[in-house]
Design a protein. Structure first.
Length: 455
């Protein structure tokens, strides 16, 4: 059987699926956040060798058992309910199917990505010589940035053993990137955090000095702007001062936090980001783009180019060196994901992003105040942005059981982590449709389930 192409039948199907998706989002608040099934139960429902089914039935099946990120009681992982304009643009991106590694394969899409990169760099205060590229997410951005840092290190160091210094709360992708680059695990030094979960500057200073007195040299210091556990923001100005003093590279994993640059009331959290040699930014987090759209930016684009210098005459030609995105990225097959952000900005400007950033921050603050003022909950930190960790006063086991019961109930979706050795409940307010009342209801559900478990 030949699959029919863009004929009237598939056109009609596409319209019906769009309607089904919009209906799904419109009615999602009346359903559980997730209809919980075990992996084995889902395999039976979704197995590939099941009897043929109608297209809309398959869409309905998938939507039914997905985690409903558009549900106002979804407060879980750092995966957003994307803006509808970006979802629509995603359909366009898939249909046109441009590969943006080489300009001649995607002339318009390449220019759009360069426009988006320049726009993001301008928000951060980066100079004209900055370069960057869209990547799959923060993990790829961090690896790309550290490869640029290595190009700089190889040019400037005496060839000692390279060391990466990062926060103990840094994303796991930092250690993984170092491993990919051949850096030993013991040469990824972890700086403990202070009571606000920021990198301890005194310890960082000591680690830098001790490294310089050893047979190693610092490839990069990695700061964090919006950590995964608590959305803590390291003091970027102070870390940049240390970078200047010791003449090394400063990378900032701002995958979660860089988006505060669009808000006048939140921008202070990343003061000093313009001084970083490189940073990661994930529009698919706090700019509400569909997966995937991450970005890496390098202040001096020369080091990004040197990191990926390659001989590929079948793709790259000297007269197009400044146009080919494939010359500054790991990827060759490279989706035109920047179109999603370009399309949304062209239609609506920055106002929807700013409003959403400030709203989720305000709801997070409201939840913190409710926890702080309660007798049976304990706030683990004071949130600056949209992630907050707290616990029900009791054992680690109790808190783990509360979370498991809550998500299975479908009443709300939160996560859990270990923070300074203690099991905590963690929320990420990432849905602009979440109101204070939904945060209150989640807290009451946690309280009720804690009492049910205890009894």
């Amino acid at each position: 059987m030949v699959i029919p192409m863009y004929d009237s039948e598939n056109r009609a199907l596409a319209h019906r699926i769009v309607d089904a998706m919009f209906d799904h989002v419109a009615g999602v608040a009346s359903s559980p956040v997730v209809e919980w099934k075990t992996p084995d139960e889902l395999r039976q429902l979704l197995k590939l060798d099941a009897p043929p089914a109608a297209a809309l039935d398959l869409v309905a099946l998938l939507a039914r058992y997905a985690n409903h990120l558009h549900h106002p009681s979804y407060m879980g992982h750092q995966v957003c309910p994307p803006f509808p304009t970006a979802v629509i643009a995603d359909l366009v991106v898939s249909t046109l199917n441009q590969s943006t590694a080489v300009w001649e394969m995607s002339p318009a899409a390449t220019i759009i990505e360069k426009e988006v990169i320049r726009w993001l760099a301008d928000r951060a205060g980066y100079p004209a010589e900055a370069e960057g590229t869209a990547v799959s997410g923060g993990s790829a951005a961090n690896l790309t940035a550290l490869l640029a840092a290595r190009a700089h290190w190889l040019h400037s160091s005496r060839g000692e053993r390279p060391v990466v210094i990062a926060s103990a709360d840094a994303h796991y992708s930092i250690g993984r990137a170092a491993a990919i680059m051949g850096i030993a695990a013991e040469d990824v030094l972890k700086v403990p955090t202070d009571d606000a979960h920021r990198m301890d500057l005194d310890v960082l200073r000591e680690m830098i000095e001790e490294t310089e007195e050893s047979d190693a040299s610092i490839l990069a210091i990695v700061a964090t702007a919006g950590s995964t556990a608590t959305a803590a923001f390291d003091d970027l100005m102070a870390v940049a001062d240390l970078r200047d003093r010791h003449r090394t590279w400063l990378h900032v994993d701002a995958a979660h936090g860089a988006s505060v640059l669009l808000s006048d009331s939140l921008r202070h959290l990343v003061r000093g980001l313009d001084r970083a040699d490189s940073f990661a930014w994930d529009p698919h987090k706090m700019l509400w783009m569909p997966l995937s759209l991450g970005v890496v930016l390098v202040r001096d684009g020369n080091w990004l180019r040197r990191a990926f210098d390659a001989d590929a005459p079948y793709l790259f030609h000297a007269d197009r060196a400044s146009d080919n995105l494939g010359e500054i990225t790991i990827q060759c097959s490279k989706r035109a994901d920047a179109i999603k952000l370009w399309f949304t900005l062209r239609l609506h400007g920055t106002a929807p992003f700013t409003e959403a950033l400030e709203k989720v921050t305000a709801v997070t603050r409201h939840l913190y105040e409710r926890v702080r003022d309660s007798e049976d909950f304990e706030a683990m930190h004071e949130p600056e942005f949209n992630i907050f960790c707290f616990r029900y006063r009791g054992s680690d086991e109790l808190n783990a059981r509360i979370r498991e019961r809550l998500i299975r109930s479908g009443e709300a979706w939160i996560t859990s982590t270990i923070l300074k050795g203690r099991r905590v409940l963690r929320v990420t307010m990432i849905n602009p449709a979440t109101e204070r009342s939904h945060a209150d209801a989640m807290l009451e559900s946690v309280r009720r389930m804690a009492r049910e478990i205890a009894s």
